[in-house]
Design a protein around this ligand. Structure first.
Ligand code: ADP
Length: 301
């Protein structure tokens, strides 16, 4: 098979591992810089071009689209879908996962455990918004933040009001969330491939920090998850429509709650913490499923 990997940088761990795993399994792997791909919209003959050439004969595409280029990256991926190329994750599913509110709305409809979350535009609702999530301490987060940026813990009512005011002043979209204190600064990353949790790790925030992101100094260790956590992670990925996902859970007093479903989960942390060859499992999934026009949404929202 010929597998294209959309990635801005060939040197990134995840990109390197996917190329390596594809080659080891006898495939051709090409890395395309997402921002250097361009789109040819022509009736009946949609194409993607790269360095002056039309891309042809690609069987599958692995999108590794960073949050900062979501819009462009999804347009490129959608174009591959229009051409009938099998995407590891579909553009529509990635779009859902990139918006924390939209994801929570989809998950809540299906009864997945979530931290109580509020979203409001008008200032007159601030007080009730704070009450709704159980008062301070609470978490305020930017809708499209990543790696813990834009996630703020407001310890008191006053602090919560100030942070909300500040985000409003910046015209940023944010949500307000119940603080899961009992998680103790730890979360569980479940790596889901094809409706199975293939690896799981616990990330513990460093002292004095509640955000467990590895980019913020969190430390990862292998963890045994419960059957309930396993099924929550699998359901969350399925509801979002993601074949491959990093589902982040918090262990709350009322069971596992989903905090985020990541559509381009990194391989470095999880492979190193668990010793599992996740890259090969992803390639195996592609081998089993990559047929032309084999998508659920065909790029339609
Ligand atoms: P990002 O997408 O920027 O990583 P997250 O929503 O995943 O943002 O939050 C970053 C980290 O902050 C999480 O991994 C978790 O450790 C912590 N966190 C986020 N929301 C809560 C919450 N409601 N209660 C407790 N901890 C939280």
């Amino acid at each position: 098979m010929k597998i294209a990997i959309l990635s801005r940088n060939t040197k990134l761990y995840s990109t390197r591992r996917l190329v390596e795993a594809a080659k080891l399994r006898g495939h051709e792997a090409v890395v395309l810089d997402t921002l250097k791909c361009y789109i040819e919209v022509t009736t009946m003959r949609p194409g993607v071009k790269y360095k002056g050439e039309r891309i042809i004969d690609v069987d599958a595409v692995i999108p590794r689209i960073g949050a900062s280029i979501t819009m462009y990256g999804m347009a490129v991926l959608r174009q591959f879908e229009m051409m009938g190329v099998f995407p590891l994750n579909e553009s529509v599913a990635i779009g859902r996962s990139r918006d924390k509110l939209r994801s929570s709305q989809l998950l809540s409809r299906k009864g997945v455990g979530l931290p109580i979350t509020g979203f409001a535009h008008d200032v007159s609702n601030t007080e009730d918004l704070i009450d709704m999530v159980g008062g301070a301490p609470l978490v305020v987060k930017l809708l499209e933040g990543t790696q813990g940026k834009g996630v703020v813990l407001a310890e008191t009512q006053k602090a919560a009001e100030s942070v909300i005011d500040a985000f409003r002043g910046l015209k940023a979209d944010f949500l307000v969330q119940e603080f899961i204190k009992e998680a103790g600064g730890a979360d569980i990353r479940c790596f889901v491939v094809d409706d199975k949790v293939v690896a799981a790790m616990k990330r513990q925030a460093k002292d004095g920090e509640f955000r467990s992101n590895l980019h913020r100094g969190g430390v990862a260790t292998v963890v045994k998850i419960t059957p309930e956590e396993r099924s929550t992670a699998v359901r969350a990925a399925r509801i979002m429509g993601l074949n491959v996902a990093g589902v982040d859970l918090l262990r709350s007093n009322h069971g596992a709650v989903v905090m985020e479903v990541n559509s381009s989960p990194g391989l470095e942390g999880i492979e190193q913490a668990t010793g599992k060859d996740v890259a090969s499992l992803i390639i195996e999934f592609i081998e089993k499923n990559a047929k032309p026009h084999h998508t659920r949404t065909r790029g339609k929202g």
